[in-house]
Design a binder for this molecule. Structure first.
Ligand SMILES: Nc1ncnc2c1ncn2[C@@H]1O[C@H](COP(=O)(O)OP(=O)(O)OP(=O)(O)O)[C@@H](O)[C@H]1O
Ligand SMILES: O=c1[nH]cc([C@@H]2O[C@H](CO)[C@@H](O)[C@H]2O)c(=O)[nH]1
Length: 369
């Protein structure tokens, strides 16, 4: 049974309801009472169960929000030399994939608070993805469409783990529209950082760039393939990071990167478009990284004797870049973290290496020195 309150207690409660931050002194002045009598009244109200106690108001959580693809990856490893136009003996494996989802999983494993915004079907592929992802990221902002199929990526790999051909069914991402994002605009405005992949339509990327600029939120753009470079906004001014590979940069500028000089000059072209920080990765040749303050430099790849599976190496690189940048590291350390995480992922059969944690990445970095 709850105890009755007297008139003064009711007035105190009304003032606290109106302003939960009100001080005892302010209450005392408003009601023409002394501060100690207010203190006694508050103790009484706590005993009567009318006030649960004084709470510390924590700052809102600030997740990294990853927006884009969450695919089912099916990989077929051809046992012998692949032959076109015939049936090739192979073995297959299935993983959760998608660039935004892969990056979200990497960041989640690194201990960051992460949320994924994506679209999917309402099928067994989505159940599989959700089950393998939910430990590392918040999936509440993934919208299911019962009439659509979850995105899928089917790759055929040779016996050295290198890609022969891949097929991408990603129509479901057409539904990642600005309207869909606007339904979560309060959540988006709390982001510590927004990462978007180019599975999203061009107008969505354009919307996100404006949104990030208006709210002072850093934004990282990750292309997923050369054909999807057409989804980059016309105006890239103010983009915080662009992490591309060589083919994607060549496709965008319709140029060929023949040597290190070309590689550097393409990076300069990206910076001239107003992007703050740029990376161009280039497989076993490593990566070129740069910004206006610290300059541009080349970071060599780590020599690997056996590549198990190339899938996810680029995403591992991008994730470690985002993580180290948010940790306030220098450009050189950022590139090194990307390189080591990509290298460890190339030696793992998984799209996201299973042993990744912030402590492990730190150890990997120390070993590299
Ligand atoms: N064969 C390799 N040997 C050593 N390191 C490599 C090799 N391939 C890739 N890497 C490392 O991974 C980084 C990213 O590789 P890459 O440029 O192939 O990206 P990507 O095309 O986005 O990758 P993917 O699409 O295969 O995930 C490179 O900068 C390098 O550090
Ligand atoms: O068009 C696309 N192709 C491939 C991917 C994903 O790339 C990942 C590897 O980097 C892989 O998981 C695949 O699903 C994508 O999201 N969009």
């Amino acid at each position: 049974m709850t105890e009755r309150m007297n008139e003064k207690e009711q007035l105190v409660l009304d003032l606290i309801r109106k302003n939960p931050y009100v001080s005892q002194q302010e209450l005392a002045e408003s009601l023409g009472l002394s501060r100690p009598s207010i203190a006694n009244m508050i103790s009484g109200l706590i005993k009567k169960g009318k006030i649960l106690g004084r709470a510390y108001i924590l700052t809102e959580s600030q997740p990294v929000i990853c927006i884009g693809g969450a695919n089912i990856d099916r990989k077929f490893h051809v046992k012998e030399k692949a032959q076109i136009g015939t049936s090739n003996p192979s073995y297959s494996s299935q993983n959760a994939g998608g660039v935004a989802r892969n990056i979200a999983e990497n960041l989640g494993r690194l201990g960051m608070e992460v949320a994924l915004i994506s679209t999917s079907g309402l099928d067994s592929d989505w159940s599989f993805i959700a089950e393998s992802s939910s430990l590392y990221m918040n999936l509440e902002t993934v919208t299911q469409f019962p009439e659509k199929s979850t995105g899928s990526y089917t790759a055929v790999l040779d016996s050295n783990g290198e890609l022969i051909i891949a097929l991408a069914d990603m129509e479901v991402y057409e539904a990642i529209t600005p309207d869909l994002l606007l339904k979560n605009d309060t959540f988006l405005s709390q982001a510590k950082c927004i990462m978007a992949d180019l599975n999203c339509p061009k107008e969505t990327i354009q919307f996100l760039c404006h949104f990030a600029k208006n709210h002072g939120i850093p934004i990282v753009l990750i292309p997923v393939s050369s054909p999807k470079m057409s989804h980059l906004p016309d105006n890239l001014e103010g983009v915080t990071w662009l992490i591309t590979n060589r083919d994607e940069s060549e496709a965008y500028f319709q140029t060929e990167i023949k040597d290190e000089e070309d590689w550097k000059s393409v990076l300069e072209k990206w910076l001239a478009l107003g992007i703050s920080n740029v990376v161009i990765t280039n497989g076993k040749q490593g990566s070129m990284i740069g910004n206006k303050e610290e300059g541009i430099f080349h970071v060599p790849a780590i020599e690997i004797s056996e590549i198990v599976d190339v899938t996810g190496a680029g995403d591992a690189f991008s994730s470690a870049v985002i993580y180290s940048w948010l940790e306030g590291k220098t450009l050189f350390e950022i590139a090194k973290a990307g390189t080591i995480n990509a290298s460890k992922t190339l030696q793992s059969p998984y799209t996201v290496r299973q042993d990744l944690s912030s402590t492990q990445l730190q150890k990997d970095m120390e070993e590299l020195l």
